[in-house]
Structure formats: structure tokens, C-alpha cells
Design a protein around this ligand. Structure first.
Ligand SMILES: [Zn+2]
Ligand SMILES: [Zn+2]
Length: 218
């Protein structure tokens, strides 16, 4: 199984630069005969999402199956928690890089597991794909950044993603669409292994307990 790469933490995911999906493509992809163009990251994402090369589609499906085999808890509803290795600083993402070269273009882009899962499950709308190219990110409705259950994912802008943390800390009534799955939120200590004995930290102190709170209507 390949290196964990993957889904984004609500507050630490990449915020790639904005570029319009529809205008960035045509300028870059068409090339004079025999010349390969190395495209920008947003354009690489656009090509991966809208015209996924067969080889990468197969790779993505394999990645999804591997992660599911590792995390599936026995039902579709619960979080599928990825067993992250201990790291002093949370990586905040499980992602993979996809590189492609053909006779016209050459590109490389990283995608978080969550976006790949939604893509190969045909859960991404055209609009959502465009927004990903613009820099929108994967967001966990359950608030558990190691969760790999695509039913708990949505695509949104960075500030909305970060704002969900307020719901998970019970500091506001959820007004998000789709609603936060507050009752599924687990303390950070349950998502990552404990640090080696000498490095105990207090970073989980502010986390809300995993007690059921209020079930959103969805
Ligand atoms: Zn989840
Ligand atoms: Zn919310």
C-alpha cells in the first residue's frame, strides 16, 4: 500500500492559488506539433479531474480500494479512520501526486484522497470540479481529518472549511450547507497515535468530547 497521502484537515489543507478553470485550459494545452507544454498546477488539476488519463483512473481506483480495505469499519455510516503514523506536527492531508505526459502536455498535480474518492465514485459535479481547480478544497463534514468515508466529504472554499471548526467545538449552531456531522466528531487523540512517552503534549485540550450532540437533518 502506498504512502498515506490524503484527505485534508479542516484548517490545514492546502490553499492553492486561484485561477479560473475555464480560461486557464485553452491557453496552455494546445501546442505546436511535437512540443510538450508543462502546464500550471491548476491546469494540471483541471486535466486530472475532467480528462483523467486511464492509467491514473486505474491508480485512483486502486488507491481507493486499498484505503477502504484498511479503514472500512463494517458499515457505510461511520468514519473510516486512516491509521496515521505519529508525527509531531499533523500533516493534515493524505494525498498522492499524479504525473502524466503525452504527445501534447506534461503535468503533475497532487490530489487529496478525498477528492480522488469523490471523483472515482462519480460524486463530483462539473461545478465542484471547476471550484477545485480554482482552489476550493476537500472538507470533512465529520470534522475528522483522517476519515476516508466519501459520504462525509464536501468541496468548499477554505474559509468555510475552517469555519466548520466552530461547530465541532460547539461554539456555534451549525448553519452550514451541507450540515456538519457534529455527532461524529472525535477528539484528535483518537485520530492519531500518542506521542512517545517523553513528548506528551496538551494540543488536544481544546477539543470537544466525542459525545453525541445534535443530529443534523441530513
Ligand atoms: Zn467521517
Ligand atoms: Zn457547521
Amino acid at each position: 500500500m502506498s504512502t498515506p497521502d490524503g484527505s485534508a484537515a479542516p484548517d490545514k489543507s492546502q490553499n492553492s492559488s486561484s485561477q479560473d478553470a475555464s480560461t486557464s485550459s485553452s491557453a496552455n494545452a494546445i501546442t505546436p506539433k511535437g512540443r510538450k507544454v508543462i502546464v500550471s498546477t491548476p491546469e494540471a488539476k483541471r486535466l486530472l479531474l475532467f480528462r483523467t488519463p486511464k492509467r491514473h483512473w486505474a491508480r485512483m481506483k486502486q488507491w481507493y480500494s486499498d484505503v477502504k480495505a484498511l479503514t472500512y469499519p463494517g458499515n457505510h455510516r461511520d468514519c473510516w479512520l486512516y491509521p496515521m503514523p505519529y508525527k509531531k506536527k499533523y500533516q493534515g492531508t493524505i494525498r498522492k501526486t499524479f504525473a502524466h505526459t503525452d504527445e501534447k502536455v506534461s503535468y503533475k498535480a497532487g490530489l487529496p484522497f478525498g477528492i480522488v474518492a469523490l471523483l472515482i465514485r462519480y460524486q463530483l459535479t462539473r461545478e465542484q470540479k471547476k471550484n477545485i481547480v480554482k482552489g476550493w478544497e476537500l472538507s470533512h463534514l465529520c470534522g475528522n481529518w483522517t476519515c476516508c468515508n466519501w459520504r462525509h466529504f464536501t468541496i468548499e472554499d477554505h474559509s468555510t472549511n475552517v469555519n466548520r471548526n466552530r461547530c465541532f467545538r460547539h461554539r456555534q449552531r451549525c448553519q452550514h450547507t451541507p450540515r456538519c456531522m457534529i455527532y461524529k466528531k472525535k477528539p484528535l487523540s483518537e485520530l492519531t497515535p500518542s506521542p512517545p512517552a517523553s513528548q506528551e503534549s496538551s494540543q488536544d485540550a481544546s477539543e470537544a468530547p466525542a459525545t453525541p450532540f445534535r443530529q443534523p437533518p441530513n
